[in-house]
Design a protein around this ligand. Structure first.
Ligand SMILES: Nc1ncnc2c1ncn2[C@@H]1O[C@H](COP(=O)(O)OP(=O)(O)OP(=O)(O)O)[C@@H](O)[C@H]1O
Ligand SMILES: [Mg+2]
Length: 244
């Protein structure tokens, strides 16, 4: 299958701070691809740029063969339109609506869908995928555990039936067993729902094991890229990210 996402030489700055410099990468349709890097490397900035939340200083981004973001910001799609094209982002820190129930949160994820039967079907699919959410659907989200909230954030993103799911540190702050559980679900979503996944994760070992391809970001620049397996065996990656 072809490239679903193509990032071509993008740069992003916050005032005088250069967060991304000449970043290029591609994600093939159907793959799980991971991006690893230390705190402050620019990982979240990259995901936000893909959905139009950070303007590009240079370069452009294509999704399914069409330009969605470019340095002439006025010519880029808005975040809503990018979502409509089929990209969903689960942001770092989850950003769930804590005072809403699980079900209401899922409804929010389907805000672009008009067909209420379709919304109901998708919710049932999410409860099949994450049974704990079905059991908690009438509960306020703030009463859920961190792991359950992360599952809900992923389910909410899937309510728009995206072709590309972007995940910003799905394992952040969660116990290792829960993180493993979430990664198992991510694999299932990729294999069964045919959703392409691009994820950022501090747990580099788990991320690379789950990925067919990976990129390493340091100080806003891609410094390495290879298959997940090759990166796991790469000395530089082992020293810097795998505690070897
Ligand atoms: N809104 C902002 N205003 C100014 N600087 C910012 C802003 N957001 C991020 N930065 C800076 O840009 C750089 C990249 O930040 P980013 O959040 O993309 O890193 P990250 O790789 O996601 O880090 P972490 O692993 O801690 O989440 C950092 O130096 C950060 O301080
Ligand atoms: Mg981040």
């Amino acid at each position: 299958m072809g490239e679903i996402l193509k990032i071509d030489n993008i740069s992003v700055s916050y005032g005088n701070i250069r967060a991304l410099s000449d970043v290029s990468m591609t994600v093939s349709e159907g793959d799980i691809v991971s991006l690893i890097g230390a705190n402050g490397a620019g990982k979240s900035t990259l995901l936000k740029a893909i959905v139009g939340l950070e303007p590009l200083k240079a370069g452009h981004i294509e999704f399914a063969g069409e330009t969605i973001c470019q340095s002439k910001h006025h010519a880029s799609l808005t975040t809503d339109l990018i979502a409509k094209r089929g990209i969903a982002l689960v942001p770092e820190g989850r950003h769930v609506f804590a005072d809403m129930t699980v079900e209401e949160n899922l409804d929010m994820g389907a805000f672009m869908v008009r067909d209420s039967d379709l919304i109901a079907r998708r919710k049932e699919d999410m409860y099949d995928l994450f049974p704990i959410l079905g059991a908690r659907k009438k509960q306020k989200t703030r009463s859920l555990s961190g792991g359950e909230q992360q599952m809900m954030a992923i389910a909410r993103a899937l309510m728009s039936a995206p072709r590309l799911l972007l995940l910003d540190e799905p394992g952040l702050g969660l116990a290792p067993l829960i993180v493993q559980d979430i990664f198992n679900k991510i694999k299932l979503i990729n294999e069964e729902n045919k959703v392409t996944v691009f994820l950022v994760e501090q747990n580099a070992r788990l991320a690379l094991r789950s990925s067919s391809y990976g990129y390493v970001l340091e100080n806003g620049k891609i410094v390495l890229q290879d298959s997940g397996e090759a990166l796991l065996n790469n000395e530089r990656v082992q020293k810097a990210y795998l505690g070897a």
